[in-house]
Design a protein around this ligand. Structure first.
Ligand SMILES: O=C(O)CCC(=O)C(=O)O
Ligand SMILES: [Fe+2]
Length: 385
C-alpha cells in the first residue's frame, strides 16, 4: 500500500495554467485523487476580493433577527434551500451543532408534471434574505458561485486528464440539458459552551461529484480520515479551497428499488471511477469554549439528475489502474453508508440524503418518501443519519 497520508497536500493552481508545469500539477492531482481524496488548491482563480466580500457578510447573515431568518426557513422549500436553525440537521443519528443557509446556483423550478419522479422537484430557486435586510448580499454570493462554477469546469478537465482520460472525459456528467444545479451553503459553528456537543458535523462522505470548501474563518475543526482511520487536521489556509471527492448521497434500503426500476442510475466521482478516485470521510469539531464561531462555505458540484450507470462508468489506462492496487482497499469507516448508491438515479440518491438530513422538510414536501424512510414519524433522535 502507498504510504498513508498524514496531511492534505497543497496544489498550486498557477502550475496547472502554465504549459511548463502542467504535467507536475497533474501528477500531484493524480496522487491526491487516488491516495488522499482531499487537497488544498492555492491561488485559485477566485479573486481575494471575492473571498473578502463574502467573508465580511457571513457574521451579518447570521446576526439577522431570528424571525427574519425563520421567514426563509428550509422547511418551506421543496428544494431544501433556505435557513436551518442550529441542531435541525442530523448526521449519524445525532444533531449537528451548526446553523446554516443553503443556497444554489440559479435554477427555475419546473412545474410538477404527472408521472415525473419526486426528485425532479429537488432543484429550484433559493430563498435569499430580502435586499433591504442585507444589501448586496445576494449579488455577492451569486458572483462567488459563478466564479466557483467556472473554476469547477476547469478543474474537472484537469481531473479527467490526471486520470488518463481526454480533457472532456467527465463532461457528460454535467449535461445542461439534463438539468444541473450546484448547491452551496454558508455555515456557522458556535463554540462549545454555546452548544452542548462537539459534533459540528458528524463523520460523512459528501454527495455529488466534488466539493469546493472555503474555510471562512481561521478556526481549526475540519478533520479527514486516512486509510488507517486516523483523523488528520485540515487547518484553514487563507484564500485556498479545500477540494474533496464526492461519493454520492447516502441511500437507504427502505426505498423499494422496484419503484425506480425504470429510472436511470447515478454516478459520482468515486463510483464512476470504480474506486480509483477515493471519497474520504470527514467531520467538523465545534470550536473550543470561549472561541468565536467558525464559518465555512462548502460548494457541492452536482451531476445531472438522471444518468445511466452504463453511460457513467469510466475506463482507465492500465498504468492508472495499477495505482489503485498500490493504494489498496479503502478503509471501512463508520461514516454514513453509501453502498446502494450505484443502484438509484443520482437525483433520487440526493433526495434521500436530504430527506434523512432534514426530515422536517421532507415531511412537508415529500410525504410518501418521508413515510418510507421514517415509518415511525419524525425521529426524536438517533434515527436520521
Ligand atoms: O464546514 C466544513 O469545514 C466542512 C463541512 C462539510 O463537510 C459539509 O458540509 O459537507
Ligand atoms: Fe462534507
Amino acid at each position: 500500500m502507498a504510504s498513508d497520508f498524514t496531511a492534505v497536500p497543497v496544489l498550486d493552481w498557477p502550475l496547472a495554467t502554465s504549459p511548463a508545469t502542467r504535467a507536475q500539477f497533474l501528477a500531484e492531482l493524480l496522487h491526491a485523487l487516488v491516495n488522499v481524496g482531499f487537497l488544498y488548491l492555492s491561488h485559485p482563480p477566485v479573486s481575494p476580493e471575492t473571498f473578502d466580500f463574502l467573508t465580511a457578510y457571513i457574521p451579518r447573515l447570521f446576526a439577522l433577527p431570528q424571525d427574519r431568518k425563520d421567514a426563509r426557513r428550509m422547511a418551506q422549500s421543496p428544494h431544501f434551500l433556505g435557513y436551518s436553525r442550529l441542531g435541525v440537521e442530523w448526521t449519524k443519528g445525532a444533531a449537528d451543532m451548526r446553523e446554516q443557509w443553503d443556497f444554489g446556483t440559479p435554477y427555475e423550478a419546473e412545474e410538477q408534471r404527472e408521472g415525473l419522479p419526486d426528485y425532479r422537484r429537488l432543484w429550484g430557486p433559493a430563498q435569499w434574505p430580502a435586499e433591504d435586510e442585507l444589501p448586496g448580499f445576494k449579488e455577492t454570493v451569486l458572483e462567488y458561485l459563478k466564479q466557483v462554477t467556472e473554476l469547477s469546469e476547469l478543474f474537472i478537465q484537469l481531473v479527467a486528464e490526471a486520470l488518463g482520460l481526454p480533457s472532456d472525459g467527465l463532461a457528460r456528467f454535467f449535461d445542461e440539458k439534463r438539468g444541473v444545479m450546484h448547491r452551496s451553503k454558508i455555515v456557522k459553528y458556535p463554540p462549545l459552551g454555546e452548544v452542548s456537543s462537539t459534533q459540528g458535523v458528524g463523520p460523512h462522505f459528501d454527495g455529488g461529484f466534488l466539493t469546493f470548501l472555503f474555510q471562512a474563518s481561521d478556526h481549526r475543526g475540519l478533520q479527514v480520515q486516512n486509510l488507517a482511520g486516523d483523523w488528520i487536521d485540515v487547518p484553514p489556509i487563507p484564500y485556498t479551497f479545500v477540494i474533496n471527492i464526492g461519493k454520492g448521497a447516502p441511500a437507504v434500503l427502505a426505498v423499494p428499488l422496484c419503484l425506480y426500476a425504470d429510472l436511470r442510475t447515478p454516478a459520482a466521482l468515486e463510483t464512476v471511477t470504480r474506486g480509483l478516485a477515493c471519497a474520504t470521510s470527514h467531520q467538523v469539531l465545534a470550536p473550543p469554549a470561549g472561541s468565536s464561531p467558525r464559518y465555512s462555505v462548502p460548494f457541492f458540484l452536482n451531476i445531472a439528475q438522471d444518468l445511466t450507470l452504463g453511460e457513467a462508468m469510466l475506463d482507465f489506462p492500465p498504468e492508472i489502474l495499477k495505482l489503485k492496487e498500490q493504494r489498496g482497499a479503502l478503509s471501512t469507516t463508520d461514516s454514513v453508508n453509501y453502498s446502494e448508491f450505484d443502484r438509484l438515479p443520482a437525483g433520487l440518491v440526493t433526495l434521500i440524503g436530504r430527506v434523512k438530513s432534514h426530515p422536517d422538510v421532507a415531511q412537508e414536501h415529500y410525504p410518501d418518501l418521508f413515510k418510507q424512510i421514517f415509518p415511525q414519524g419524525l425521529p426524536a433522535h438517533g434515527e436520521a443519519y
